[in-house]
Design a protein around this ligand. Structure first.
Ligand code: NAG
Ligand code: NAG
Ligand code: NAG
Ligand code: NAG
Ligand code: NAG
Ligand code: NAG
Length: 324
């Protein structure tokens, strides 16, 4: 097989991979059957269904197009569990949602003691019933969380969009980052108040992925150097040298994008995050395919060498026979 036709095949692989990636990117707004992200939904199985197919959940009417079957739930973020298919409606786009820490001890939100001071976007503050102000979702976000208690000098404000502002760190948290629970405060007073809980960042995991990322970045200059050597020196500019350069270039592009995920440059579900994810997938797959091409090239070379040797051996043997 001629070297240029190998390139043709590999380029075809590159092309079809790119096509697959583009198709996946177009279809990516979650599963076609699921109108929104799981975390923006509530279980509407027991809710009243109107004649037009919409569901009424806590006084919010969810249009039929925003209701679909889900066959999984998330116990925690990142821990998906298969369950019986059930109907869920996308409610958080219609009314702000607030997460109630499900499975926090035995506590659930006591609906008769659920008032909280909420700040409104016009700057005013008033005491509202959270069960009326927000749609309550029962999602424990992380396995390990801590409460923002006043005794630990935490101070926070919840606004009408269910965004929690935490004073100490001066950060705004959306519902993906906190949940609320009822807590006896002051202690042993018999009075319960609503307190938010936030995730304990598993720093070990974060540090590990960041070190990985830095090592990836550090290896890129050496890959580029290798590519340069193989392209500049004419003796190395052969089929296997070019294949090596292609493989290393795919790998170095993947290695340059991958660490951006570990350093939290992209926000979840953003277009940048999707692009980074699909690009990494594409270039890692491309690197594997170049590796395939390299194996083929190696096999071809080895076969030719042994083939030539045998032919040479037979020929020389034959000529010796002739002479005798
Ligand atoms: C959904 O709600 C129904 C009725 O309240 C309940 O039987 C079912 O277990 C719930 N499903 C999940 C996965 O929470
Ligand atoms: C919930 O509210 C009811 C009625 O006010 C009260 O009897 C009950 O003790 C409360 N439970 C908790 C856990 O606060
Ligand atoms: C709500 O705010 C008012 C005025 O700032 C305060 O008196 C009241 O104790 C607060 N209530 C709660 C439940 O935090
Ligand atoms: C639903 O609306 C009724 C009547 O306006 C009200 O009494 C009830 O508290 C509302 N429920 C919620 C969860 O907002
Ligand atoms: C909270 O602040 C008070 C007064 O500034 C201080 O005495 C106390 O030690 C702080 N508590 C904690 C847990 O940091
Ligand atoms: C948090 O949100 C409020 C209101 O939306 C805004 O005024 C404030 O600047 C935000 N703070 C941070 C740290 O993003």
């Amino acid at each position: 097989m001629h070297a240029s036709s190998i390139y043709g095949h590999v380029l075809q692989c590159y092309g079809s991979l790119l096509m697959l990636g583009v198709i996946a990117l177009i279809l990516s707004p979650v599963n076609a059957k699921e109108p929104c992200d799981f975390f923006d939904t509530v279980n509407v199985t027991g809710d009243r269904r109107l004649t037009d197919g919409s569901y009424v959940h806590e006084n919010v009417t969810i249009p039929a197009a925003q209701v679909a079957q889900y066959s999984y739930i998330y116990k925690y973020r990142g821990e998906k569990i298969e369950v019986e298919p059930h109907l869920r409606g996308c409610i958080c786009h219609l009314k702000p949602c607030l997460n109630v820490c499900n499975g926090w001890g035995n506590m659930k939100l006591n609906r008769s003691e659920s008032s909280l001071n909420i700040t409104f976007l016009d700057g005013s503050t008033s005491l509202v019933d959270v069960a009326e102000q927000f749609v309550l979702q029962e999602q424990r976000i992380c396995k390990e969380m801590y409460l923002l208690l006043p005794e630990d000098n935490f101070s926070w404000l919840l606004n009408e969009k269910a965004v929690l502002w935490e004073e100490v760190q001066n950060i705004n948290r959306t519902k993906a980052d906190f949940c609320v629970t009822q807590f006896e405060w002051p202690k042993a007073s018999g009075q319960y108040s609503i307190q938010p809980a936030v995730c304990i960042e598993t720093s070990e995991f974060v540090v590990k992925t960041q070190i990985n990322g830095i090592v990836m970045w550090l290896s890129i200059p050496f890959m580029l150097l290798t590519i340069a050597v193989y392209l500049i020196i004419p003796e190395l500019r052969k089929c296997n040298g070019k294949l090596l350069a292609c493989w290393l270039s795919s790998l170095s592009i993947a290695y340059s994008i991958h660490p951006t995920l570990a350093f939290g440059i992209h926000t979840q579900y953003s277009i940048g995050c999707k692009l980074a994810g699909y690009s990494i997938y594409y270039f890692i797959m491309a690197a594997f395919l170049w590796h395939n091409a390299m194996s083929f090239d190696t096999w071809r070379t080895v076969r030719n060498i042994t083939g030539l040797t045998i032919i040479h051996f037979v020929r020389s043997g034959a000529s010796r026979l002739d002479r005798e």
